[in-house]
Design a protein around this ligand. Sequence first.
Ligand code: PRT
Ligand code: MG
Length: 212
Amino acid sequence: MITIALSKGRIFEETLPLLKAAGICVLDDPDTSRKLILQTNHSDVRVLVVRATDVPTYVQYGGADMGITGKDTLLEHGCQGLYQPIDLHIAKCRISVAVRSDFDYVKAVKQGSRLTVATKYVSISREFFASKGVHVDLIKLYGSMELAPLVGMADAIVDLVSTGNTLKANHLTEVECIMDISSRLIVNQAALKLKQAPIRRIMDALELAVGT
Ligand code: PRT
Ligand code: MG
């Protein structure tokens, strides 16, 4: 049995065509079904539906043999016990610093001010600001980061940006891009040794599907 961990939403939707190209069709729709284990057209391939931030954990601890996760989630989680063989080029966005439109970020950085930054991405943010020599106090949030500068809780946020519409709607301005993000295939290292042939077959098919 090969178990693949996926999260509902954009990653699931953008992964389906790649799996299909690899000959794997998921038989249940996670939006209408309450099942957390989905069958596929292969009796020996199944899909787990988990929270996006839990995908690396399931793969790391062997609850799933492989999974698909954003680079953002992977960097925050850490990569222990995981192979990352393929960039699937899906769910693309960037992770950026944004501030209230009336906040002069460039000046604050130039003056060496201490910044308060609200984010779900504490580890990525800590590393980024340290590399710039900017002192920050990080506030960990789990969602709706955009609110923090609006209510005076933070000078800046670090969050994912795609179209930029969410920032715009909340009168925030993107001032710096930290890195481009896409989703990766991750594979449990022990599973790759134990189930080498079937895992390689899926990896090769996905790689081919991404290239086409
Ligand atoms: O939503 P939930 O709390 O269940 O989990 P999640 O937010 O971790 O999952 P999900 O499905 O929202 O995101 C999964 C992955 O998709 C992320 O880890 C990214 O790798 C990738 N991705 C790609 C994005 C976006 N684009 C994106 N735009 N994830 C989130 N967003 C959000 C962003 O956080 C912001 O709130 O969309 C908003 C910005 O979008 P624009 O288009 O207005 O700029
Ligand atoms: Mg989300």
